[in-house]
Structure formats: structure tokens, C-alpha cells
Design a protein around this ligand. Structure first.
Ligand code: PEP
Length: 250
């Protein structure tokens, strides 16, 4: 199965002084971990700081969004090449907090996914259903459609070495994580969907779970066959809790 991957999503938290302490704690606590790869996705203004503190460590860094366009008159946008300038290797795409608040369409998300890969960034594609959709039993249809927009435009091979993060919207920031069975079942669906189209891509992609992961529930989640790690919001802002999650893999 390979190493597990844990990604910190700091969202819009932090400042220079607090980030410095948190990143130093990450290095002290997480660098010795042998079974886990760690990535931290910081707000854009702190990419330079992440680069200067994390370079030459085994912790990678990335951003939480990118522009669907390459260059031009797009005020306020940040391009893939700009992220690369600051050593970013990863970028979160289609997080539900953005999809909802900034009306990101599946088509926009697919274009961003392609833009990231074109510039050598590893996309972390977020998919997931609302509570209403889960209660109606249509969660696989919803997640399937989110993946289809990319598959139908670019083919399933673009999932090779990429990362999909299953993030049920009802579990994000609520303290109510999906059960390990609920998560495993969706992860199996996601991998199976890619597998019928491209076996190699399905084998090389990582599928993370995100939504109220904490040190207490991480072990039950990460032990599941198709859960390759986690995307962590709130608990990534506390080095001790984040360590608890990252070491759950061991
Ligand atoms: C997230 O927003 O990606 C997330 C998983 O948040 P939290 O861990 O706080 O639920």
C-alpha cells in the first residue's frame, strides 16, 4: 500500500510569528515519522515562509487553490507557475468551502486540475456530498459526477499519482467524522471508478479522507484498505494533535 499521506489544510489561519512556531514544531515532531508523508497547505502569503522553513526537511508544502488560467488580467488570482516559484509541490482543488462560497463549478475545478498537472503540481482534488445528499442515498452519484467532469474532459489517466480527498461536507469542521465503514465504502467506489478505466492510475493514486479527523479517530480511519491518509483542517493548527494524527499511521 505504500506510505500514508497526511495533508494539513490551514485554511485562512496564521500569521508570520505563529506559523514559524507551528512549522518548527511540525519539523521537530513529524520529521522522524517513517510511515507517513506530510504536506502543509498554507495561505498564499505564507508560501515563501513555508519554503524557507521547510526546505531541506521531509515535509512538503502547497497551496489551497490556484487560478484556472495561466497568466493575464485576472485580478486577485494566483497561477500555478507562481506557486512553483515558491517551491510548492501540491495544491488543494475544489475544496467545498471554496466551491460553496465562491460558486466554483465542476468545470472550473476540472480546468484547475489540468492547470496544476501541466505545471508539475500534484492536485489534491476534494470531492464529497452534503448531508441531504447522503440521507437521500445519492452520495455515490454526487461524487461520481464530480469525478466524471475531469474524466470526461481529460481521461482517467490524469489520476495517476494524483490525490483525491473524500470530504463529506457534513463532516468538515463539525466534529462529526464519517465512520470508517462509510469512508471506506466511498473510497472503494472512487478507486473502482478509476480502476475500470485505468488500472495503473487507480493503483498509483492516493485517496485521502477529510472531515473532522482527530487523533482519536485517525487510527480507525487510516487502517481501512482504501484510505491512504487524511486531509486535516482544525487539528493541523495544533502541532500535538497533528502529530497524533500523523503517527496514527504507524
Ligand atoms: C478540511 O476543511 O479540509 C477539513 C478536513 O477540515 P476539518 O479537519 O476541520 O474538518
Amino acid at each position: 500500500m505504500g506510505r500514508k499521506l497526511v495533508v494539513a489544510n490551514w485554511k485562512m489561519h496564521g500569521n508570520l510569528a505563529a506559523n514559524k512556531l507551528l512549522l518548527q514544531e511540525y519539523i521537530r515532531r513529524l520529521s522522524p515519522l517513517e510511515n507517513t508523508s506530510v504536506v502543509v497547505c498554507v495561505p498564499y502569503p505564507y508560501l515563501a515562509q513555508a519554503q524557507s522553513i521547510l526546505q531541506n526537511t521531509n515535509i512538503a508544502w502547497g497551496a489551497q487553490n490556484l487560478s484556472k488560467d495561466q497568466v493575464g488580467a485576472f485580478t486577485g488570482e494566483v497561477s500555478a507557475e507562481m506557486l512553483k516559484d515558491f517551491g510548492a509541490s501540491y495544491v488543494i482543488i475544489g475544496h467545498s468551502e471554496r466551491a460553496t462560497a465562491y460558486c466554483e463549478s465542476d468545470e472550473n475545478i476540472a480546468t484547475k486540475y489540468a492547470q496544476a498537472q501541466k505545471h508539475g503540481l500534484i492536485p489534491i482534488l476534494c470531492v464529497g456530498e452534503t448531508l441531504i445528499e447522503r440521507e437521500a442515498g445519492v452520495m455515490q452519484m454526487v461524487v461520481g459526477k464530480q469525478l466524471d467532469t475531469i474524466i470526461n474532459t481529460y481521461g482517467a489517466s490524469v489520476f495517476a499519482n494524483a490525490i483525491v480527498s473524500y470530504e463529506p461536507i457534513w463532516a468538515i469542521g463539525t466534529g462529526l467524522a464519517a465512520s470508517s465503514d462509510q469512508a471506506q465504502s466511498m473510497h472503494e467506489f472512487i478507486r473502482g471508478k478509476i480502476e475500470v478505466l485505468d488500472k495503473d492510475a487507480a493503483a498509483s493514486m492516493k485517496i485521502l479522507y477529510g472531515g473532522s479527523v482527530n487523533p482519536q479517530n485517525a487510527v480507525q480511519l487510516f487502517v481501512m484498505r482504501d484510505i491512504d491518509g487524511g486531509l486535516v483542517g482544525k487539528c493541523s493548527l495544533n502541532a500535538q494533535e497533528f502529530e497524533g494524527i500523523c503517527s496514527a499511521v504507524a
